[in-house]
Design a protein around this ligand. Structure first.
Ligand code: FES
Length: 160
């Protein structure tokens, strides 16, 4: 699904940050919060508006791993594969979730742009392993079955 580029929204973000280069990271964070990733046409627009090179913006955007240059789904599922979660069998959860959603490590987002599946190295909740999050809400002690149920209820909730 194509999301229309709303430069008025970007103008607001730039104005809030005084259109200043030292606020570039905050500006990119706000763009990502709005669009769930950093669309190229918006980065080009920001470069022009702020009078900085696109290369500089890309170097910042690619340096921080929280920034994404690829579109993401409405729901971002993170499956932890840190040590504590791995020994408690996080991989079968990941495999099942990918299988059910038809995604992979190379293509982590569903065609309907509903879900993006990612792995993380530790969610900081090792006592609750194996852990997964959906849009940063933590779900503890997961199993492949529980994960599939959760995805089903997210889907149903989104359709209501
Ligand atoms: S290893 Fe999974 S939460 Fe820490």
């Amino acid at each position: 699904m194509e999301q229309k580029t709303d430069f008025a929204e970007v103008d607001k973000i730039l104005a809030l940050n005084g259109n200043e280069q030292r606020n570039l990271i905050t500006i990119l964070q706000s763009v990502q919060a709005q669009y769930r990733y950093l669309p190229r046409e918006i980065l080009e627009y920001i470069a022009e508006k702020m009078g900085i090179s696109l290369a500089k913006i890309y170097s910042v955007a690619t340096f921080y791993e929280n920034f994404s240059l690829d579109p993401k789904g409405k729901y971002i599922i993170k499956i932890c594969d840190g040590t504590a979660c791995h020994v408690r069998k996080s991989i079968p959860i990941l495999e099942k979730v990918r299988e059910v959603l038809g995604v992979s490590a190379q293509n982590p987002t569903t065609d309907d742009m509903m879900f993006t599946v990612e792995t993380v190295s530790c969610l900081g909740a090792c006592g609750l392993a194996p852990v997964m999050t959906v849009n940063d809400k933590v779900y503890p002690a997961m199993t492949p079955e529980k994960a599939i149920e959760l995805i089903k209820s997210v889907r149903e909730g989104a359709a209501e």
